[in-house]
Design a protein around this ligand. Structure first.
Ligand SMILES: [Zn+2]
Length: 140
């Protein structure tokens, strides 16, 4: 797991997240237990305009004593991203776009229903592979 995505593109849709506030110093709330390492870094909350995923944009690391990431790229609004809630490259629930959350929920519900009803849908058949589906059908 990394603290940063090593990218300025949205993890979910590839669009370019936009800053939703002016660059500011990173806080304990942003960085949690990693705050000491990143103290002095300029960051800003960012949001993807297409899918609304939530990020913390890395704006300028020059004031930061800990620098393993490539230097600040002058002229760009930011040079890297973290997910806002986790301060790493794995999104928490509130960082994901709303549709992602719904899809995941729908999939879980679908799986639970399929198990409950001992039913396998065409969608499920594609997912587990047609071969396994046919075997299941033969056994019935
Ligand atoms: Zn997006």
């Amino acid at each position: 797991m990394r603290r940063n995505l090593c990218s300025t593109e949205c993890y979910f849709c590839g669009d370019e997240p936009k800053l939703v506030e002016k660059p500011r110093l990173i806080t304990q709330r942003d960085a949690g237990r990693f705050f000491d390492e990143y103290a002095g870094m300029l960051v800003a909350d960012a949001e993807c305009p297409s899918c609304r995923a939530q990020y913390l944009a890395w704006v300028d690391m020059r004031g930061c004593k800990y620098r393993t990431v490539d230097p600040y790229i002058h002229g760009d609004p930011y040079f890297d991203l973290s997910f806002r809630k986790t301060f790493n490259d794995e999104p928490a629930c509130g960082d994901q776009p709303p549709w992602y959350w719904w899809e995941e929920r729908e999939r879980k519900l679908h799986d639970a229903l399929a198990v409950a009803l001992d039913y396998i849908s065409p969608f499920e058949a594609r997912r587990v592979g047609l071969e396994k589906y046919r075997r299941n059908q033969d056994e019935r």
